[in-house]
Design a protein around this ligand. Structure first.
Ligand code: SF4
Length: 244
């Protein structure tokens, strides 16, 4: 309980990161460098706030009954929570002792050996897949996706439920070729319970400037509803029905 971790912030009434209403912990530190990152200020772990498992669980417990009534619980997000797998694992142990739901919001960039004990106390993985193609993944995030694919295959082996998240970037990954490859990918994983299509947005653009960087996608506009709908319909036609 005295184990310490580095966090960016917490949200006490999150409604978009897993079932029900949730306590969302944004961990500080991330090994990826996504061009479309809307949490640019979470990359450097040393800039995080140091907190203990005990401190977070104390606050979580204040709202526990509310999370219980809505079928919610705790989500570890980031940044990349797998960079602090031991800390998150202890947190989730506390949540499971209360009988509530735990969700891991991750890019999947981790060695499977490091995270097995964390997965034992994780009910759901929200996996943000940046690209099916490894070269494209590298161009968008700075790293290839081999490690991530191994992680996803491991989730399939242990039949861990996954909600897959995919950010639509106009002119980059929103054509039918990308939809077809994504559909093939989703169909090959029986543990993927739903696909969440997220339109790229500009809400994090100011954070790039605050961190002294130029927004690498400043020339890209968010997709309009029609673009998202076309992509969704293509996936539907290819047999992917549970799209949110
Ligand atoms: S994995 Fe998430 S936090 Fe990390 S760079 Fe990508 S979008 Fe940002």
């Amino acid at each position: 309980m005295n184990t310490a971790g580095f966090i960016h912030s917490v949200e006490t009434f999150g409604t978009v990161d897993g079932p029900g209403t949730r306590y969302v912990v944004f961990l500080q530190g991330c090994p990826l460098r996504c061009k479309f990152c809307h949490n640019r200020d979470t990359w450097n772990r040393a800039q995080g706030k140091k907190v203990t498992v005990r401190e977070l669980l104390l606050e979580f417990n204040e709202y526990q009954e509310f999370y219980r009534r809505t079928g919610g619980g705790m989500t570890a997000s980031g940044g990349e929570p797998l960079m602090q797998a031991g800390f998150v694992s202890e947190l989730f142990h506390g949540v499971k002792n209360s009988g509530l739901n735990t969700a891991l919001d991750t890019s999947g960039y981790a060695s499977e050996r490091e995270i097995d004990s964390l997965l034992e106390v994780t009910d759901l993985v929200l996996l943000g897949l940046k690209a099916v193609d490894s070269q494209e993944h590298k161009e968008l995030t700075g790293v290839s996706n081999e490690k991530i694919m191994a992680f996803i295959r491991h989730l399939r082996e242990v039949q861990k439920p996954v909600w897959l998240r995919y950010v639509l970037l106009p002119g980059i990954n929103d054509d039918f070729n990308h939809a077809d490859r994504l559909a093939d990918f989703v169909r090959s994983f029986t543990n993927i319970e739903r696909l969440e299509l997220l339109g790229y947005h500009k809400l994090g653009a100011a954070k790039w400037e605050l961190c002294g960087d130029e927004d690498p996608l400043k020339h890209i506009s968010p997709p309009d509803q029609n673009q998202v709908e076309l992509f969704r319909r293509r996936l539907n036609d290819l047999g992917i029905k549970k799209i949110y």
